[in-house]
Design a binder for this molecule. Structure first.
Ligand code: TYD
Length: 225
């Protein structure tokens, strides 16, 4: 597979991304999905953003360090670093896995940049989209699942130990803009997006997510085996 998606050229594998505000439960749910798909005998790879490669984890450390007490990063620097980590993850992990026909589940992907740096930090979406396009070579997920929770529910779920600069230095209005952004992306592209109510019991959320995978052409029959 080349660095750039060739329109009309079928790629193998399935690419599913999970998105949602902080504290939506994405990370636990994506691990459950990975385990269930693996138990069904499916070749499955779970990645998280930012990170997932040696270089990407270093970039994550820089991002995590940023804030009033750490290094100062401009909003555009933030956007470029998230996308640098993403480009590396695509090159080292995601594209090779798709090429061999795996199911790739990513805990956050390009839509996080549009929601957080775009809607949250208010960088213009029409300037961010080409940056994301460059980093991803145009690779879009087959399905993107938004685990939607109200801001206060998500923030309350984050323990103090988990509080990084991302949670600590952005105000309530920032998180409201992120959530509204996600909901608008989902409404604009229902063929790719599925919205799941993240306030439901975890088992119900999982059942909804698994249902999305079962509905995916070619993948469902393999998982239902
Ligand atoms: P993390 O601790 O992994 O949070 P979560 O479990 O909520 O995914 O931190 C990732 C943070 O980085 C999260 O607040 C969202 C933010 N982020 C961006 O702002 N832009 C991006 O492109 C990505 C991938 C993440």
């Amino acid at each position: 597979m080349a660095d750039v998606e060739v329109p009309g050229q079928a790629r193998q594998g399935w690419f599913v991304t999970l998105e949602g505000p902080d504290g939506s439960g994405k990370s636990a749910q994506s691990e459950r999905l990975r385990a269930a798909a693996a138990a069904a005998g499916q070749d499955v790879v779970l990645v998280r953003e930012p990170g997932g490669t040696a270089g990407g984890e270093r970039i994550r450390a820089i991002l995590n360090d940023a804030g009033p007490v750490g290094v100062r990063l401009a909003r555009r620097t933030d956007a470029l670093l998230f996308n640098a980590a993403r480009a590396q993850l695509l090159d080292e992990v995601i594209r090779p896995a798709l090429r061999r026909g795996a199911l790739v589940i990513s805990d956050r992907y390009a839509d996080s940049t549009l929601a957080y740096q775009g809607c949250g930090s208010e960088l213009p979406l029409d300037e961010l989209r080409p940056v994301v396009e460059f980093a991803t070579g145009g690779l879009l997920p087959d399905r993107t699942i938004l685990i939607d929770v109200p801001v206060e529910v998500g923030l309350a779920r984050k323990s103090a130990a988990e509080t990084t600069r991302w949670e600590a230095h952005f105000d309530r209005a920032f998180h409201e803009r992120v959530r509204a952004g996600y909901l608008s992306f989902a409404a604009a592209d229902p063929a790719r997006w599925v919205v799941v109510d993240g306030t439901a019991p975890a088992d119900d959320v999982f059942a909804a997510l698994w249902g999305v995978l079962l509905d995916m052409p070619g993948l469902g029959p393999r998982l239902a085996r």
